[in-house]
Design a protein around this ligand. Structure first.
Ligand code: SOE
Length: 387
């Protein structure tokens, strides 16, 4: 297949910078897309870190100012892997420079910023994607197929949890390269933007729009030392958040997230209960999707199943989403493959003319739910999600 070089400029050398770089390096080994990513520039204000990163991932050059990437003729795609407070400025500049954009989640600090980003990419007509990578876990994509085939039927309940435990100690500082997620002016919010944004994106993809929410947040540790200044500072993020939701399809949702669930490292689950079946997913067993079949499809008609019961589908067959790109049935893929799958979908979308989701507009919808959740927690009442 003829290939087309795709110059990549990636900004941010953290965890997500690594996950995305790995996807660029491996993409053409697994997916038959026309674009061939070429790692042109890695950008980070810390020049030493950028150089080490360039050496490990084989970037052609380093930059310390992201603005340089906007003028670079050899860069087609800007990948934003920096803390949330910098997403908007970089994305708007990238759109104005006519670059394709992949932006880490959450799209922005709040919906107002996200609106601006949507306006910029839509005015410039540049391909854009928000990195809600969990949509590309093969089991979660299979859940989407099962729902779209009508196997779950009328939805009643959606239940999501996203639990971690890494901030329980009051000695964990806030701020700096490693712990910016704990600093409100850099992250925007705590678990709501960081973890629940994933749960909300998945939920709305599978079960449709959320229309109303009522939330309770908590900040368990009120003050933390700042990693850079060394001073004790008030903590402005939500350490935990629980909310109830109403979906446009009439179903009810519960969402729970915390960084204080001792023993839970990245416990991301959801369950959907419908009239005709249920599905359950747990990221600690990512290669499985659980499905309860109550009604069976026979010759296009639904009949009551005589074999009801939960089945645990091992999502490794070649007919399962993405799995024909990897190994033989029965063998698994991992976390890093969600980023490969996402990149492949993004580029295939550009090549086919049907853009991949979630684009910035879809990221904005998630951002509006996050804003409503935080507003509700402040006001103690139900809040309509902005249209
Ligand atoms: C937080 O610990 C975090 O790294 C999130 O920022 C990611 O989005 C999530 O996938 C894993 O956890």
């Amino acid at each position: 297949m003829a290939s087309k070089a795709l110059g990549v400029g990636l900004i941010g050398c953290g965890f997500m910078g690594r996950a995305h770089s790995n996807a660029y390096r491996r993409l053409n080994n697994f997916f038959p897309v026309v674009h061939r990513p070429v790692l042109r520039a890695i950008c980070d204000i810390n020049t030493k870190k950028a150089q080490q990163f360039a050496d490990v991932w084989s970037y052609e050059r380093t930059e310390s100012d992201w603005r340089k990437l906007m003028d670079a003729g050899d860069i087609d795609l800007i990948d934003i892997c920096v803390p949330n407070c910098a997403h908007k400025e970089i994305a708007v500049a990238a759109a104005q420079a006519g670059k394709m954009i992949i932006c880490e989640k959450p799209l922005a600090m709040n919906a107002a910023e996200a609106e601006e980003m949507v306006r910029a990419v839509e005015a410039a007509k540049v391909p854009n994607l928000v990195s809600f990578n969990y949509r590309r876990v093969p089991s979660i994509s299979l859940a989407k197929q099962i729902i779209d085939e009508g196997r779950v039927g009328r939805a009643f309940h959606y239940r999501a949890t996203y639990l971690q435990d890494w901030t329980i100690s009051a000695d964990v500082p806030q701020g700096g390269d490693a712990l910016w997620r704990l600093e409100a002016k850099v992250a925007g919010s705590g678990v709501t933007g960081d973890l629940l944004a994933h749960s909300i994106d998945t939920a709305m993809w599978l079960n449709g729009p959320i229309t109303r929410v009522v939330a309770k947040t908590e900040t368990f540790v009120k003050e933390r030392r700042h990693a850079i200044t060394g001073k004790m500072e008030q903590v402005g993020i939500d350490d935990a958040c629980m909310f109830l939701a109403e979906f446009a399809n009439g179903s009810m949702g519960t969402f729970e997230s915390t960084r204080y669930a001792r023993g839970r490292k990245n416990f991301n689950t959801f369950e959907l209960n419908g009239a005709d079946g249920s599905i359950y997913f747990d990221l600690e067993e990512p290669e499985y999707l659980q499905y309860f079949e109550y009604m069976q499809l026979q010759s296009g008609k639904k009949v009551e199943s005589h074999l009801t019961g939960w089945r645990k589908i091992h999502v490794t067959n070649s007919e399962h989403p993405y799995m024909n790109r990897y190994w033989v049935p029965g063998t698994c893929v991992g976390y890093e493959h969600t980023f490969l799958n996402q990149l492949a979908d993004f580029l295939a979308g550009i090549e086919s003319g049907t853009p991949a989701q979630p684009d910035f507009r879809s990221g904005l919808r998630t951002q509006k739910v996050c804003d409503a959740v935080l507003k509700s927690a402040r006001s103690d009442g139900w809040i309509e999600v902005a249209k």
